[in-house]
Ligand binder design. Structure first.
Ligand SMILES: Cc1cc2nc3c(=O)[nH]c(=O)nc-3n(C[C@H](O)[C@H](O)[C@H](O)COP(=O)(O)O)c2cc1C
Length: 322
């Protein structure tokens, strides 16, 4: 299947693995790229530029296909060394960067100068248009369903994707709630050039996370996510658990007065405990509503092959026969 995204990124299938904190290590990114999609290493998980460089080197040993690096700009008390991370991305010859969070304008000139394709992830049409204006090559449009940060507009993909298609000139991929061949065909029908998946890729054999995390996704339904950090205007969709219930009680008690410090116990430093140690109830971790569509733990190759063959048969058999 050839789309503007496969051509732009030089990949076989129009499927991207979005950056994921403590999931987007070399093993994850390489497995997706080897299966014909675009795998993405998450820069902030590595922490320092030197460690990111090592992770990129490790990924290059695992695949000779293109893979990207995610740069997330979120509010932080001690900002990461973004200039150092960007230098490493450039010096290691990375060809695709996924940006997320704040406007990546400051970094566009240097990334473009080195011929790096920039995909900005955004949750609204106005941010997507802004990304197009500042020179991003593509956008990833994250609907309200998504795991992670859906923004504050709460627009689901059935509205957001066609709205994006009506307004944008640059290619875009759907993101949020994507799981299978049906998701891909629906995304293409609504004007996208491919799809981005987060949560679905965690439930794969190669995802370098604790088995408890994969089992938690299998056990969860579409009813099991919650929105946290709304009062801070930093909304995150997470899997519900006892820590999340506690966090939500605090937020409903304090309302608009909630400060980060009030909920730090449930959100700070949670990812290594969940993803590495498997303590899935120890805090709030991102998970999409798509958990309701996850019923197995295939290899990444099996997952992507299944998506592509299901998509092709929907197009050629089901739709063509109507
Ligand atoms: C566990 C987890 C961690 C994530 N971490 C990040 C991150 O660090 N940076 C980022 O830009 N997006 C992050 N995301 C969002 C994904 O890249 C992607 O946009 C989102 O998962 C898409 O929605 P889906 O989960 O319904 O597929 C994360 C998602 C999950 C599930």
């Amino acid at each position: 299947m050839e789309t503007r995204i496969t051509r732009l990124l030089n990949i076989e299938h129009p499927i991207i693995q979005g950056g994921m904190h403590y999931v987007g290590f070399a093993e994850m990114a390489a497995a997706v790229s080897n299966a014909g999609g675009l795998g993405i290493i998450t820069a902030l998980t590595q922490g320092t530029p030197e460690k990111l460089g090592n992770e990129i080197d490790r990924c290059k040993k695992l695949t000779n296909k293109p893979f990207g690096v995610n740069l997330t700009f979120l509010p932080s008390l001690t900002p990461p060394d973004y200039p150092g991370l960007v230098d490493v991305i450039i010096s290691k010859g990375i060809t695709v960067v996924e940006t997320a969070g704040n406007n990546p304008k400051e970094w566009l000139p240097i990334l473009k100068e080195h011929n790096i394709k920039v995909i900005h992830k955004c949750t609204s049409v106005r941010h997507a248009l802004k990304a197009q204006d500042i020179g991003c090559d593509a956008v990833s449009v994250d609907g309200f369903e998504c795991g992670g940060h859906p923004g504050e507009d709460d627009i689901p993909n059935f509205i957001l994707l066609p709205r994006a298609a009506d307004e944008l000139d640059i290619p875009f991929v759907s993101s949020g709630g994507m799981a299978d061949g049906r998701s891909l065909v629906a995304s293409l029908a609504m004007g996208a050039d491919g799809m981005n998946m987060g949560t679905r890729f965690i439930a794969t054999k190669e995802a370098p996370v604790h088995e408890n995390v994969k089992q938690a996704l299998l056990a969860a339904s579409e009813l099991d996510t919650r929105l946290v950090m709304r009062p801070l205007r930093n909304t995150e969709r997470v899997l519900k658990n006892e820590s999340v219930e506690r966090l939500l009680e605090t937020e409903s008690r304090l309302g608009a007065d909630t400060k980060f410090a009030d909920i730090a116990a449930e959100v700070a430093g949670v990812y290594p405990r969940v993803m590495i140690d498997g303590e899935v109830n120890s805090g709030a971790w991102s998970c999409g509503m798509v958990a309701g569509l996850i019923h197995d733990v295939p290899t990444v190759q099996e997952l992507i092959d299944r998506i592509m063959s299901e998509a092709n048969s929907i197009i050629k058999d089901r739709l063509a026969s109507m």
